[in-house]
Design a protein around this ligand. Sequence first.
Ligand code: SAH
Length: 234
Amino acid sequence: MTSDDHARRVGQGEPGGDPDHRRAAMVTNQIAGRGIMDPRVLDAMGRVPRERFVAPGYQAFAYEDRPLPIAEGQTISQPYVVALMAEGGRIRREDKLLEVGTGSGYAAAVYARLAREVHGIERLPALAETARRNLTAAGAGNVEVHEGDGSLGLPEHAPFDVILVAAGGPRIPAALKEQLAPGGRLVMPVGTGYGRQTLIRLRRDETGGFVQDDLGAVSFVPLVGRQAWPGTDG
Ligand code: SAH
């Protein structure tokens, strides 16, 4: 391979290159290249080592432009979608943020670089444990991972300035709307078909009213819970 070939491989973030180079290429091509402009979001995406959050055996694919399998049939979100949610949530340094569906902990690690305090909630105990381990290894000290049904939010830590939901439900759960602070932003995939949703942003104004807008078509695993889709386990 010539040095030109090498530069091209690294530049494209192909499997096998140095993770720091692949991550930088991912930010340029997949994130900035698709119109994400918030410099804090680009910086955070450029610093969190996604290769430490993917399932064993998938490290070589960590910077590909797609979700990847993690345990229990779930997925680590596509990097672009994490950036889209982070930018959509307009996360400020002083914010308290709730992430519903913490999975591998990757997105929570990105949000932890943008917000003051992050609470992640995950319904599957094995994944909650993995997320805690991954977040500790990545040095994210301002994230607490809780186990439970995030469609009910996390009342003991509410209200939240930002709520980001990483799984798709039929509607925005009432509990999450109630736990959004005045001025707060909630971003969630909503759709009546499994695996196909619209990314909805809800902003709560200072008088308690809600304004909704649409951030585009997305595909997430289902949100399973009391105010979401029924599970197969009752
Ligand atoms: N943000 C994660 C993506 C995980 S995929 C990451 O970066 O890796 C979505 C996750 O939502 C899955 O782990 C799934 O178990 C979880 N989930 C689904 N319904 C849930 C609910 N009601 N409460 C909490 N977690 C839920």
